[in-house]
Ligand binder design. Structure first.
Ligand code: AMP
Ligand code: GLY
Length: 439
């Protein structure tokens, strides 16, 4: 049944997520050539780079036609929000991901809040939107939620519009500040949301518009420093599966959140194809959605590609065609972990520092995915942004996976190094601690 490698892929994006997708796709017998736009010093070792950014959709379409690209996989959210899937599809080009309208689940918090209000069958924290300062302050005075509230501004990315006051007085201060600084006038209503207590996990699945096939649950670590201290980041490390998410809980997340979201989108005639990522809080009252993304996670994908036993390419093709020819996705045994090595000023970014990467090739369950890296004409590899490398390993247990990754970073001689590199030593702490939460 083997056709001879009919596919030429375009993978859009430049991070470690895209390197991991390229690494996985490279293993597919269906793939002849892979192009990355724009790629990085890591993807360049296994595929070719196109010097175009992720938002240059017209240019990417030209390249796709000229290079005979048969299928495109999109990593980041920006091109999805700009309608890359709509435009490629209009050109008759196969592409994996949701349309601009379907991707609103990620790019509009206000739309998503309304969507969740229209679909109470999908469990989410209670939320109310306010336009008047007095009404918001009144609500705080009479707050009905036992664990307090979260204050959210619409239209701000990466958690920067989220405040978690510890007392009513702090909540009032935040609200007064928002109105006094007139942030409000540019941002639309503020949302007061029930504070949820629990462990946060990522539930990610791939949909063909009708069904959704879940990947293994994973857990990201968003704060910069050990012990969940420091500023919010894009993510400092992840592992999958998550031992305290029982198979019973995985079924609940699938039945109560992932599939009902796909059903609700279809009901509203906004068919969602591609990757649906639900950020979930496991509360004492069951799993609840905190946010949706319309794409793979970074760094979750680095660990997930290492666990994926099936070929990613036909799964993404079937999703794009709107018809799976399978009932599930198969995974390898064990656990995979990735630990992000970030620039010394991350969440800022750094350019031009030399990176040392010594050989790690002997173990097929270890990969050093590149994020923001650049190869100079003289062959040296230098830093080129915030998250620089995502070393990733699979082991029989979470503990073993972690040991493999940390030995790349910490044992002498150091295999991976650049000046000032920051990383967390406590990735997986919730799952490794002796008394694990039970959900
Ligand atoms: P968001 O940008 O909405 O994903 O929020 C960023 C982070 O704030 C989440 O990853 C959570 O850690 C936290 N957060 C957001 N909403 C809530 C909530 N209702 N209860 C507790 N934590 C929350
Ligand atoms: N790891 C979080 C994200 O990709 O949004």
């Amino acid at each position: 049944m083997h056709e001879t490698s009919p596919h030429t892929l375009l993978i859009v994006g430049a991070g470690a997520r895209e390197h991991a997708l390229t690494w996985k796709a490279r293993q597919s017998p269906l793939v002849k050539d892979i192009y990355n736009a724009p790629g990085n010093a890591g993807t360049e070792q296994i595929a070719r780079s196109i010097p175009r950014g992720t938002k240059e959709i017209d240019e990417l379409i030209k390249y796709a036609h000229d290079l005979g690209v048969t299928h495109t996989i999109v990593g980041p959210e920006d091109p999805l929000a700009l309608g890359i899937v709509d435009e490629f599809t209009r050109e008759g080009l196969s592409i994996f991901g949701p349309t601009k309208e379907a991707a609103r689940l990620e790019w509009s918090k206000a739309w998503t809040a309304d969507f969740l209000a229209r679909h109470p069958e999908i469990p989410s924290p209670q939320s109310f939107a306010f336009t008047r300062e007095e009404d918001a302050l009144d609500f705080v005075d009479n707050c009905p939620w036992p664990d307090g509230l979260v204050i959210k501004l619409d239209g701000l990315a990466q958690g920067k519009g989220v405040f978690m006051p510890e007392t009513k007085e702090q909540a009032r201060e935040v609200i007064r500040d928002i109105y006094a600084k007139k942030i409000f006038s540019t941002l639309g209503p503020i949302v007061l949301q029930e504070f949820l207590v629990g462990e946060e996990v990522s539930a990610i699945g791939i949909s063909d518009g009708t069904t959704i096939l879940p990947l293994l649950p994973s857990q990201d670590h968003k704060r910069l420093l050990d012990g969940d201290q420091g500023p919010n980041t894009g993510g400092m490390g992840a592992y999958t599966p998550v031992p305290f998410v029982s198979s019973q809980m995985q079924t609940r997340i699938y039945q109560e959140i992932l599939q009902p979201t796909i059903d609700a989108m279809r009901e509203e005639q906004t068919i969602f194809k591609g990757v649906l990522y639900a950020g979930i809080m496991l509360t004492n009252n069951g799993p609840k959605v905190l946010e949706f993304n319309a794409r793979f996670g970074d760094p979750e994908t680095e660990a997930q590609m290492m666990m994926l036993a099936d070929d990613l390419v036909p799964i993404s093709l079937e999703s794009a065609q709107g018809q799976f020819r399978r009932n599930n996705i198969a995974f390898k045994d064990g656990t995979a972990m990735t630990v992000v090595l970030a620039a010394d000023n991350y969440p800022g970014s750094k350019k031009g520092d030399p990176i040392q990467i010594l050989d790690t090739a002997s173990d097929p369950d270890i990969a050093v995915f590149h994020g923001a890296t650049l190869r100079n004409p003289d062959g040296t590899i230098v830093t080129n942004g915030g998250r620089i490398l995502s070393p990733t390993a699979r082991g029989a247990t979470l503990f073993e996976a972690k040991q493999k990754v940390m030995s790349l970073i910490e044992s002498e001689p150091r295999k991976l190094y650049f000046p000032g590199m920051q990383f967390r030593r406590d990735i997986g702490k919730s799952a490794l601690r002796e008394v694990t939460p039970t959900y």
